[in-house]
Design a protein around this ligand. Structure first.
Ligand code: E4P
Length: 246
């Protein structure tokens, strides 16, 4: 299993890179706004280039800023040229619930790495996987990455964490059964360290974690207490030794 950082904050990404906990980055328009990215799509592109350089060769996902098939296709083509490790995020439907799979299929056929995103049901996930595979199977040069993002946090807010777990587990089993080896599942919209624990056992290939939940996942009162005990005793024994040597 891999960990991606769900953030466009360059300092946070640098921090977790240096901990060995960043095998990729995911962003979306909301994350970019929250991380102070200004200037619309141009601003998003600049930040994407910065992140792509920083984490190269790991992938950074950037979301297009339109839900119209033709615009999605042209923005995706443009953004895919920003760097070799850029993956284009496309929502499974538009705002009205109309399919954006024509864009997914077309772009995958062109060999562009796609992350089909905002999925909250098993059926959406299998349809996206089939469209994606039909696309990249016909590509001259195969895309480097093919991701399906399941928004487990949003599923669990409505239907509970166990339902989110079931969708992830069933989808992984389905991918394996039908030998969709090139497609990786990303678990998105993580809301707590407990989500990290449960969904890391769901069979998903990647967990994309907002930085605050990596930090929170490290904290345990018992661990802190134990470290205090060890350090105090280490200092006692050093002081004792220094006392003897004087
Ligand atoms: C990841 O790829 C997603 O963009 C992210 O996890 C979205 O989560 P949200 O439900 O907090 O918007």
């Amino acid at each position: 299993m891999k960990i991606f950082i769900d953030s466009a904050d360059v300092n946070e990404i640098k921090k977790y890179l240096s901990w060995g906990l960043c095998q990729g980055v995911t962003t979306n328009p909301t994350i970019c706004l929250k991380c102070g990215v200004k200037g619309g799509l141009e601003g998003i592109k600049q930040r994407t280039i910065e992140i792509a350089r920083l984490i190269n060769p790991c992938p950074v996902s950037v979301e297009v800023a339109s839900d119209k098939v033709e615009e999605v296709i042209s923005q995706a083509r443009e953004c895919s040229k920003l760097a070799e490790n850029v993956v284009i995020k496309i929502t499974i439907t538009d705002r009205q619930g109309n399919s954006l799979l024509p864009a997914v299929y077309q772009l995958a056929r062109e060999g562009i790495s796609i992350n089909v995103t905002t999925m909250t049901t098993f059926n959406q996930a299998i349809l996206a996987a089939i469209a994606l595979r039909s696309g990249f199977e016909g590509a001259g040069q195969k895309p480097k990455y093919n991701f399906i993002s399941i928004f487990a946090g949003r599923i669990s807010e409505e239907q509970g964490v166990e339902q989110a777990f079931r969708v992830l587990k069933n989808f992984r089993e389905w991918l394996d059964f039908h030998k969709f080896r090139e497609i990786e599942i990303i678990v998105g919209s993580i809301r707590s360290p407990e989500n990290v624990e449960l969904w890391s056992r769901s069979g998903a290939h990647i967990l994309t974690i907002p930085p605050e939940f990596i930090q929170k996942s490290l904290i345990s009162a018992r661990t802190k207490e134990t470290v205090v005990q060890f350090i105090n005793d280490a200092e006692k024994s050093i002081n004792e030794l220094e006392g003897k040597n004087q």
